[in-house]
Structures are given as structure tokens and as C-alpha cells.
Design a protein around this ligand. Structure first.
Ligand SMILES: [Zn+2]
Length: 149
């Protein structure tokens, strides 16, 4: 395992070397080069701060997404804003826009057309969202995470 350490971790870099690890010490504010070096040499970035220059870094430890969410919420004090939920396309990260039922007619199942009133469209990938299907489970999921913190 190879490392690249940011400028504030010079002593740690030395200790890692003492222990025999390949630990590059990156004593510069040029973040672009730091990332390129890390990628090129397959080095793990070790940073002290969440923010390296303009690059924000947060370390998540769990490999389970529910735990990862909890870690994020704790570590960066991530605030889930009710009014921001379900405003973004899950697939491509674009903001979605409300559209009329007429506009999505023929693109959604008939039973959805009969039971739902509010539709949202991703202008980028064309995916259509409505309250019932995608969002019911997601809301429960978020609430469950929030309760267990
Ligand atoms: Zn999309």
C-alpha cells in the first residue's frame, strides 16, 4: 500500500517511511498535481483536513451505504432538508422539473396516470418521477437512518 500525504502531515510521512511504507510527502498547495500523482501511482491520499485547497475530502469507513450515510451526517454535520429531498435525478444528478400529466402521457403506466397527480421530469435523461413509486421507500429509508443516529 502506497500513500501520499498532504503538507501538514510531514511527520506522519516520516514515521510511515520509518515503518517501511512508500509514503510520498506532498508539500505543495497544487491540488491538481496531488490528485494526478495519487491516481498515477495508485496512492491513498491521507489528509488531516476535510478541505485540501479547494478539494473537499471526507473519509468514510463503512462499506455499507446506510452506515456511510450515518458517517457523513455525523462527520460533516450533513443536514437533510425536507424541501430539498426529491428534487434531483437519481441517475444523473440534474435538478428535475415539475411537468403536467399531459406532458408525460403515454410515457407512464396507466395505473400511475390514474392515481398520481404530480410528475417531475429530468431534462437530461428523460426519467419521469412521481411520488408513489420511487419516493415512498426512500423517505422511509432516510427517516430510519435519522432515527438511529
Ligand atoms: Zn436524469
Amino acid at each position: 500500500m502506497k500513500f501520499i500525504l498532504t503538507s501538514e502531515l510531514g511527520r506522519l510521512a516520516k514515521w510511515l517511511r520509518i515503518l517501511g511504507f512508500d509514503a510520498e510527502y506532498y508539500n505543495s498547495a497544487n491540488i491538481g498535481t496531488l490528485i494526478i500523482r495519487a491516481l498515477r501511482d495508485n496512492r491513498m491520499i491521507i489528509a488531516r483536513r476535510k478541505q485540501i485547497g479547494s478539494l473537499k475530502v471526507v473519509i468514510v469507513e463503512s462499506n455499507k451505504v446506510k452506515e456511510q450515510m450515518k458517517e457523513l451526517i455525523k462527520k460533516i454535520d450533513l443536514k437533510v432538508n425536507e424541501s430539498s429531498m426529491f428534487t434531483r435525478c437519481v441517475i444523473c444528478n440534474e435538478l428535475i422539473k415539475p411537468v403536467s400529466k399531459e406532458e408525460v402521457k403515454g410515457k407512464i403506466p396507466a395505473y400511475v396516470s390514474e392515481t398520481q397527480q404530480n410528475f417531475y421530469l429530468c431534462g437530461n435523461c428523460g426519467r419521469i418521477y412521481w411520488q408513489g413509486s420511487h419516493w415512498g421507500n426512500a423517505r422511509r429509508y432516510i427517516e430510519e437512518i435519522a432515527q438511529r443516529i
